[in-house]
Design a binder for this molecule. Structure first.
Ligand code: NAP
Ligand code: HSE
Length: 425
């Protein structure tokens, strides 16, 4: 019996985790797959970097050594970024090698093309770790829930921002300090802008929406807003309203098209998502048959992410053993339009600094009324040196109408500042 040989592209946080799990699981493979499995090569940029616990003899900085090694049947891409990852995956697929990847940047933009190439070459391309780290969600959507019409997916899908918001809320930590901790723990992307600006969550919600609604949604379709503008005051006011602030990815399949967005949101502290803290992620799915289902687990980090990658590797190896590779490929067979953010509806929390004199509140209310923005509540928070701080909570309103109101507010001298705008669940 021949061993199944794999190559790992990348030995950073995730690559090191995969290496460790491969070592731990060595003796189990014969039982789980029906054959043994071994790492044949590991691609890195810098062979001389110190890498504790990794057999240096496996390291290479030349991808062609992997590509041209006929004995390697599975390539695990955990390098990140678009290039050269995309080119390496394409070349490997064309050589008949199966792919496991954790690369959401790539799958959210080029996933369709890569799955087509995989199909042409009867190869597997699996990417469970690309969304919500350790949490099984791609496989449940493609397989276990395949008998549903799924209408909604909503969740916390970025570990870094959830960690930061948790530390700011529970420990009163400053944003920068919490971000540094998340980076040290290996949660953050190489450039944390993708995490804190919501791009990482945007890529994950695009991938999930495509699979859930059987229609292609790419990262470019997703409206994204990050957490960089969230202040300690917003968190305090949210707490006063018995709410927590979370960065959520939301996708809905409506009668008029797909809505897909990422933004911070005030959610009641009693909502199950409010208790999802630190680097944990959680995904809610609503389907016509399953009703509501929630998946929760660690969304980032070395071993949690490696857990999802390892599950894919074992699945690919089983398919090789049973000669059924390429069984489940692209599931996007519809072409549903994606709605503009302007046509979607939300409730808003708006904190503003206004002149403290009679008639101002009436003027604010009048602008909102004239732009068809209903008011749920208005609270005057503080008064200082002729300035009053108002918090307005709107009804659920059309985004475009709310933007029209904001544009009018910007031209009104009595409104000194719009300090924050956060959507409300
Ligand atoms: P990382 O720690 O930055 O590691 C990247 C690895 O890839 C490094 O070993 C690096 O080599 C190697 N590499 C990068 N570019 C290369 C190139 N051009 N040629 C050869 N090797 C190259 O990244 P990571 O956090 O492990 O993330 C890897 C992937 O997993 C990304 O797609 C990420 O989005 C995804 N992911 C990460 C997490 C997480 O919690 N970290 C969770 C889910 C998904 P050197 O070591 O020589 O620099
Ligand atoms: N940077 C990502 C996060 C890693 O914080 O969730 C997992 O994709």
């Amino acid at each position: 019996m021949e061993n199944i040989k794999i190559a790992i592209l990348g030995a950073g946080t995730v690559g090191t985790g995969v290496y460790k799990l491969m070592e731990r699981q060595k003796g189990e493979m014969i039982h789980k797959i029906g054959s043994n499995m071994e790492i044949a090569k590991i691609l890195v940029r810098n062979k001389n970097k110190s890498r504790e616990g990794i057999n240096r003899e496996l390291l290479t900085d030349d991808f062609d050594e992997i590509l041209n090694d006929e004995s390697i049947s599975i390539v695990v891409e955990v390098m990140g970024g678009i290039e050269p990852a995309k080119t390496y995956i394409e070349k490997a697929l064309r050589k008949g090698k199966h792919i496991v990847t954790a690369n959401k940047d790539l799958m959210a933009s080029e996933g369709h093309r890569l799955m087509e190439i995989a199909k042409e070459n009867k190869c597997d391309i699996l990417f469970e770790a690309a969304v919500a780290g350790a949490i099984p969600i791609i496989r449940p959507l493609k397989q276990c829930l395949a008998g549903n019409y799924i209408t909604e997916i909503m969740g916390i899908v970025n570990g870094t921002t959830n960690f930061i918001l948790t530390k700011m809320t529970k420990d009163g930590m400053e944003f920068d300090e919490a971000l540094k901790m998340a980076q040290e723990l290996g949660y953050a992307e190489a450039d944390p802008t993708a995490d804190i600006e919501g791009y990482d969550a945007g890529r994950k919600i695009a991938i999930m929406a495509s699979i859930a609604f059987n229609s292609r949604v790419t990262f470019d379709d997703v409206y994204t807003e990050g957490i960089t503008k969230i202040t300690a005051k917003d968190i305090k006011y949210a707490k006063d309203m018995e709410c927590d602030i979370k960065l959520l990815g939301v996708a809905k399949n409506t009668d008029t098209g797909i809505e897909v967005k990422v933004h911070p949101m005030l959610i009641p502290s009693s909502h199950p998502l409010a208790s999802v803290n630190d680097s944990f992620n959680a995904v809610f799915v609503h389907g016509d048959a399953v009703d509501d289902a929630m998946f929760m687990g660690r969304g980032a980090g070395e071993l949690p992410t490696a857990s999802a990658v390892m599950g894919d590797i074992i699945d690919v190896a089983r398919n090789i053993e049973f000669k059924c590779s390429g069984r489940i490929g692209c599931t996007c067979y519809k072409n549903i339009p994606v709605k503009s953010i302007d046509d979607t509806e939300s409730k808003y929390f708006m904190r503003m600094q206004v002149d403290d004199r009679p008639g101002v509140l009436a003027s604010v209310a009048s602008v909102l009324g004239n732009t068809d923005v209903g008011i749920d509540r208005v609270i005057q928070k503080t008064k200082k040196e002729n300035t009053a701080e108002l918090v307005v909570i709107t009804d659920s309103v059309i985004e475009k109408n709310f933007k029209d109101a904001l544009a009018i507010f910007k031209g009104m001298a009595m409104i000194k500042e719009i300090s924050s705008i956060i959507r409300v669940y």
